[in-house]
Design a protein around this ligand. Sequence first.
Ligand code: RNT
Ligand code: ZN
Length: 418
Amino acid sequence: MTLQDRYESAKEIYAKYGVDTDAAIEKLKDIPVSLHCWQGDDVTGFDHDGPLTGGIQTTGNYPGKARTPEELMMDIEQVIINTPGKKKLNLHASYAIFEEGEFVDRDKLEPKHFAKWVEFAKKHNMGIDFNPTFFSHDKVKDGLTLSSPDEKTRKFWIDHGKACIRISEYFANETGIPCVMNIWTGDGSKDIPADRLGPRERYKTAIEEILSEPHDKAKVKPCVESKVFGIGVESYTVGSAEFTLSFAATHEGCLPLMDNGHYHPTEVVSDKIPALLAFFPEIALHITRPVRWDSDHVVLFDDETREMAKEIVRSDALDRVNMALDYFDASINRISAWTVGFRSWQKALLSALCTPNATLKKLQDENNWTEVMLLMEEVKMLPFGDVWEMYCEKCGTTEREWFANVKKYEQEVGLKRI
Ligand code: RNT
Ligand code: ZN
């Protein structure tokens, strides 16, 4: 049986459930998902030599890590080739590209330091999202940046944030696509603090100062990302869930960003998505896979990933949720890790689009929980694989052969990076 035959048969089966698979495929093709540049080099960046700080950690030393902007761009191109779906490029400020002999610190960054990334994004028809980098830098003082009691430290990081707003607007102007600018810091303490309010008040004022940098709200969408704890920052996180959510709720134009690795183990972001959608015109997500902690494993097509995608689709909020991937695995082929994660989220979205959501909702509203359960179980057995393969085909990639490309590239390029 050809793929076309299999797809036609699947399409018929789905139609019996009121699902239009052609429409699902067409819809997904236009939904952008932000591809994080930092999976290619273990969150190292190009503006410093020191270790990764801020309570985050990559583990593993698989060969082939990108060492230069050119290598990173080449690797991203491999991910683009091997994945279906529309992409945005997600950059961190630490990935600034300097000319030979040039260097400026993070508070002095300018759009020109990202001109090569703009060129790259344009080449691939991508918008760009951006992140100021408040970690891996010698001006992180005693583990603190925007919440530091030291005024000079705070000022440096506020200036960094303002520079990033200007760069974000430049990205939007150049690509014609709004730029989501995410503020996350690892600020916090290893042990029980004596003052929890002080750092939060300073953090609040500092973010307000960053956002006071003039910008066009239709072009730059700032957001604040919360966290529960980090390695070495176990007892107290300044930007906790309540802090960032309250900040976003009280500052117009500022979006809350939920990273599904940043909550207590039994909390689920799938349930939080519609809760926030009831209040915010737009929200942002970092999609990751936490294993026992915020371990940033590669995203898989697993239950919670699927549930998150379902909530977005069911809420008819694909245009209100800014979706970005955020994980970093250095223990396996990095391009394969990147590709599998991107494909997994695409699968989750497509499968959500192929779910009889209207019927399920109706059954729930009629208090018919018996059939809700039954139908949910039935849908799991539908021939989704055939629809997915057709989607891949229509996007010019294949379900089966991409890994051969990755292996070839590893032999020819990755393994030569020593
Ligand atoms: C860290 C946060 C943050 C980072 C990136 C690199 O726990 O999730 O989003 O992963 O900024
Ligand atoms: Zn994150």
